[in-house]
Structures are given as structure tokens and as C-alpha cells.
Ligand binder design. Structure first.
Ligand code: ZN
Length: 206
């Protein structure tokens, strides 16, 4: 058999390779670093890996990351009864929050309608959104989905479902790059998109 690294090393590299964006070369490099660099803290890394998945889960109300029943945003009494900003993913919430222009609450759908990938309304947190709107009676619902075809389809679908509930419905203005998610937009673009929102019944210009 040709010479190779010892089995525990290969096992470590194999696990690292399963991480997103890590190819075989990087996996080997990281494994080497973990085993030989004096700044590596494999025990601390291992402890964090073991504890985080059990400690962090989606907020019962909005889907953002939480350690308790509700996330830090939903737990703030001053935010209740205000706007609900609907986003695709929980990871869209922090960029919007960092703009500092929004004082309401969020609702992450867990994706968007994508019939080709068999993602329909039942696969998204749309029912819980309708239930929330009925229960919380927000002053406005802001649809902040991406500007591509699937995002548009999801916005249109939500508009039809939510309009009968009688809450003012707006959508963010899209200075956002077509095909780009909120996650990657810069802060100024997001700020403008939020403050330039308009009634969700209107067509996007252009
Ligand atoms: Zn929450």
C-alpha cells in the first residue's frame, strides 16, 4: 500500500471535507494546521462543535437563531405590534438589523417558492406567518424577498394570501442586485431598500 497519513488524520480530513467550500486540499491543510500549529486549539473547537448545535435553534416566532424559546429580537417588548418584515432566510435578518433603520420584528420563511425544486407553500413557514399576522395585528407587513424570478413569485403569492387580512402591505425597493439575496447586500443599499419601500400592489419599475 502506498504511504499515507495515519488513519486518525485521514478521518479528521474526511470530516473537514464535508464542510461547505472545503475541498480535499483545504481539508488536508486545515487538518495539518490543527495538529501541528501551536495556536490551534482543537479541544476548544471540538467543544464548540459539540455544544452549539444543541444550544442554538430557530426562534419559535420568527425563525432567527435563538438560545431560548424566543430570539433576542422577539423578546423585546418594544418591538411587538409593529411591522413584520418577511425575509427568505434567517440569515437575511442580521444584515437588515444592522442597518439600524428597522424597529419591528421579522419572519423568516425558510426559503422561497421554487416549483422546480418541489418547494411549495407547505414547505415554507407561510401558515405560521398568517397565524402571526392574525394574532399580533402588526401595523404593516414588509416583504423583503430577493429580486429574482422565484423571489417575485413568492412576493406575489404572499400578497394574495395576506391582502385579505387587511394589514398594509409593502415591499422593499430593489436597488438590490437582481438574483442577489439580502445576505450579500451592503448596508447602504439595504437602508435605501427599506426606506424606499412601497405598497406591495405596485409593480416594480423597470
Ligand atoms: Zn424571533
Amino acid at each position: 500500500m502506498p504511504l499515507d497519513y495515519p488513519a486518525p488524520f485521514l478521518e479528521l480530513a474526511r470530516e473537514l471535507r464535508r464542510l461547505p467550500g472545503v475541498g480535499p486540499r483545504s481539508a488536508e491543510r486545515i487538518a495539518l494546521w490543527l495538529l501541528s500549529n501551536k495556536d490551534a486549539r482543537p479541544a476548544a473547537l471540538s467543544a464548540a462543535l459539540a455544544s452549539a448545535p444543541a444550544a442554538v435553534h430557530p426562534c419559535r416566532r420568527c425563525g432567527f437563531f435563538a438560545t431560548g424559546d424566543l430570539c433576542e429580537i422577539c423578546a423585546q417588548p418594544s418591538r411587538s405590534g409593529r411591522e413584520i418584515c418577511v425575509v427568505e432566510h434567517a440569515t437575511d435578518i442580521l444584515p437588515l438589523e444592522r442597518t439600524g433603520t428597522f424597529g419591528g420584528v421579522y419572519h423568516a420563511l425558510g426559503g422561497r417558492l421554487a416549483p422546480l425544486d418541489h418547494i411549495g407553500p407547505d414547505q415554507l413557514r407561510i401558515e405560521p406567518l398568517v397565524a402571526r399576522v392574525r394574532e399580533e395585528a402588526p401595523c404593516e407587513i414588509i416583504l423583503a424577498l430577493s429580486a429574482d424570478v422565484e423571489g417575485e413569485a413568492t412576493t406575489n403569492y404572499l400578497r394574495e394570501i395576506l391582502a385579505p387580512l387587511g394589514v398594509p402591505l409593502t415591499r422593499i425597493a430593489h436597488g438590490l442586485p437582481a438574483g442577489g439575496g439580502l445576505e450579500h447586500a451592503d448596508q447602504i443599499t439595504l437602508q435605501r431598500a427599506l426606506s424606499g419601500r412601497r405598497p406591495a400592489g405596485e409593480r416594480q419599475p423597470g
